[in-house]
Design a binder for this molecule. Structure first.
Ligand SMILES: Cc1cc2nc3c(=O)[nH]c(=O)nc-3n(C[C@H](O)[C@H](O)[C@H](O)COP(=O)(O)OP(=O)(O)OC[C@H]3O[C@@H](n4cnc5c(N)ncnc54)[C@H](O)[C@@H]3O)c2cc1C
Length: 615
């Protein structure tokens, strides 16, 4: 059995020598020991504070884990705790951030051996499975302790401190061999990089990052054995409704499947991995004079968007992103790999274009992309003193605009009777005169405060998105959002929306013009069936139940919702996302392809329920 061995240092009294602590910790590190534990009395009036000392030691050493046992010296372990519990809690949190996995949480535990313990004694103590630490006062002590256990008996793999952070219900030792080196668990140095998504914070119990579809199948098999913990699927990590992180569950992160290859240049057929971002896709297609309509933000991942819909700046011209799909490769719940298209597994190909996350892990998409040269791109900021009128006029202008023109409107709470309206517009035309002609009418929506109109490439518009840094996503919150499709932007809608915005419940409100080519695809051709609305509307707020109450009050104006933008978890939302016939067909397919409901995140179509549940 591998033995983890370390030293325990007593914190010196006020007149002790703190430099000696650093020397001993460094010697323990270079002797290859596994832990430096500090003991002292938390909250003691005299002497060094253990938390501050631990931070100091972490900064002066490079590898060795550092643990704190503040109460070990206390004659009464059940006695009063630290004098300032909130200060200690804060110190502990800070140490987690600063030293990361080198900070050994007190609940990881270790056994303190007597100072004169010999090898046999250490072995017996180690039988309990925890690291053993021996008090050290000098360099000679450290050398002697390091010699007590031969190097080959020291641990390989994750230390007890790391293992102590494991979450219940996950068979960490059963991770398939193919995934062992891409499995990240809470104690691992890379963990912080994989916990958050763009908007959400999380603390998953295990993140598996397969590099091939075979490895995805292994990850799915592992997930099948873990039905009791949440399962997230992650591609680009921009989920709003989708939960691609969780607390204590598994995440299958296919970010590494991010290849982009041209399959057939004559047919403009391109194969793209789910882990690519739309910005990368646009950059790869640009040299060919091609583009693939995606969303409005280049940082979004292909996997989440191309399984839900994809409403963006080119949708009115070329349809939704899913309308350009010619095939999707999936790993299903039973681990089988299928290529779906109009010819093969046509039922799944229908389902994955709108409800993909319910049916499997998409591992590759084949798209027929479009020829797109230069486009007009505008960002206008206008100030309106009559929001209701501006919204009504925006509705008229966008509905009358040709397919080459797409204008999204963003606004928020009016302040002192004024609303700041931002317009993001793309005109799929190269001629500057035409671009200006298309956009000019929109400048009457308010007093023009800022404008930027350029002729550029789709690639450059997508490139405006910030890259994910080396530390991964940093989202910490839980988005609160509602979505709806709007058949028309009538005067009543403008009035009620203005009232909602005045209430202050919504800080971000967006109208996306739809129409055009979106309706060219028949409603029954994809699981995304809302083909005729004029707009997709999104409202973000701070409080889900208050936003729900206000949004439900506008229900008479709406017809369905786009699931990518809605965070309301009430079952009726599933019925809004999918009309009744679509939903019952999806449920039948779910019963066939995922009868045990393995893929249960993101508007789950539960195979055990009936349509009654979503009314
Ligand atoms: C800033 C921003 C702008 C956006 N703009 C647009 C827009 O203009 N148009 C638009 O249509 N949408 C837009 N969205 C919504 C976006 O399309 C969805 O949130 C999408 O799910 C994000 O995909 P992702 O791969 O980055 O997300 P992830 O967080 O990785 O995944 C989100 C969910 O998608 C599903 N999923 C992810 N990968 C797979 C896979 N490989 N196989 C099966 N299911 C999978 C899962 O349910 C997962 O929980 C935007 C989102 C953000 C945050």
């Amino acid at each position: 059995m591998a033995i983890e061995l370390g030293i325990v240092l007593d914190l010196p009294a006020a007149d002790g020598d703190p430099a000696a602590l650093v020397d001993l910790a460094r010697q323990a590190e270079s002797a290859g020991l596994d832990l430096v534990a500090l003991r002292g009395e938390a909250g003691a009036e005299q002497g060094l504070d253990p938390w501050t000392t631990a931070v100091w030691l972490a900064g002066r050493t490079t590898r060795i884990p550092i643990g704190i046992a503040p109460d070990l010296n206390s004659p009464d372990p059940g006695g009063p705790g630290p004098a300032y519990p909130s200060v200690v809690a804060k110190a502990q949190q800070s140490l987690e951030v600063l030293a990361g996995t080198r900070f050994v949480t007190p609940d990881a535990g270790w056994v303190v051996a007597p100072p004169d313990a010999g090898a046999e004694h250490i072995r017996r103590l180690a039988d309990a499975g925890a690291p053993v630490v021996v008090p050290a006062r000098s360099a000679e002590d450290v050398r002697r302790i390091a010699g007590l256990v031969a190097k080959e008996n020291r641990p390989a793999g994750r230390s007890a401190a790391v293992r102590a952070r494991r979450r219940a219900g996950i068979d960490y030792d059963g991770v398939p061999a193919s995934l062992a080196d891409v499995a990240i668990e809470p104690g691992d140095p890379a963990y912080r990089r994989v916990t958050s998504t763009y908007l959400r914070g999380g603390s998953p119990g295990l993140v598996l990052r397969p590099r091939t579809s075979d490895e995805v199948a292994d990850a799915v098999a592992f997930a099948r054995r873990h039905r009791q913990v949440p399962l997230g699927l992650r591609s680009g990590g921009h989920g709003i409704s989708g939960r691609s992180t969780n607390d204590g569950g598994l995440v299958i992160d296919v970010g590494a499947l991010n290849g982009i290859e041209v399959l057939d240049a004559a047919q403009r057929l391109v194969r793209i991995g789910p882990g690519a971002t739309w910005k990368q896709v646009a950059a790869a297609l640009d040299p060919y004079g091609w583009a693939l309509g995606s969303g409005d933000y280049g940082g979004v991942g292909v996997g989440g968007l191309a399984t839900a819909g994809g409403i963006g700046y080119l949708s009115r011209r070329y349809g939704l992103t899913i309308d350009r799909l010619r095939a999707v490769e999936l790993v299903l719940a039973d681990g089988s790999r299928v290529r779906t298209s109009k010819q093969d597994h046509a039922d799944l190909f229908w389902a994955v274009r709108g409800a993909g996350a319910n049916f499997g892990v998409a591992t590759a998409f084949e798209f027929e992309v479009s020829e797109v040269r230069q486009v007009g791109w505008a960002q206008l900021v206008l100030v309106s003193t009559d929001l209701e009128q501006s919204l009504r006029r925006y509705g008229e202008l966008t509905s009358a605009a040709p397919r080459d023109t797409t204008v999204f409107l963003v606004t928020g709470r009016p302040r002192q009777g004024r609303s700041v309206i931002q317009l993001y517009a793309m005109v799929d035309q190269e001629d500057p005169e035409v671009i200006i002609e298309r956009l000019t009418p929109f400048t009457e929506l308010g007093a023009l405060a800022q404008q930027q109109v350029v002729r550029t490439s789709y690639k450059d518009v997508m490139a405006l998105a910030a890259d994910v840094g080396p530390d991964g996503h940093q989202g910490m919150g839980e988005p609160v959002s509602r979505s709806a499709f709007l058949p028309a932007l009538t005067g009543d809608v403008a009035r009620d929306v203005t009232r909602l915005l005045r209430s202050g419940l919504v800080y971000f409100f967006e109208l996306r013009s739809m129409g055009g080519a979106i309706a060219d695809t028949p409603a029954d051709e994809t699981a995304f069936a809302h083909r005729t609305p004029a707009f997709q509307v999104t409202a973000m707020g701070a409080d889900q139940s208050r936003l729900n109450a206000a949004w439900d009050g506008l229900g008479q104006h709406f017809d369905g919702l786009y699931l990518s933008f809605d965070t309301d978890l009430r079952p009726q939302r599933l019925g809004d996302a999918f009309p009744p016939r679509v939903l019952s067909r999806l449920r039948e397919l779910k019963r066939r392809y995922d009868p045990d409901n393995l893929f249960r995140d993101n508007f789950n179509i539960d195979p055990r329920l009936t349509e009654e549940h979503t009314r």
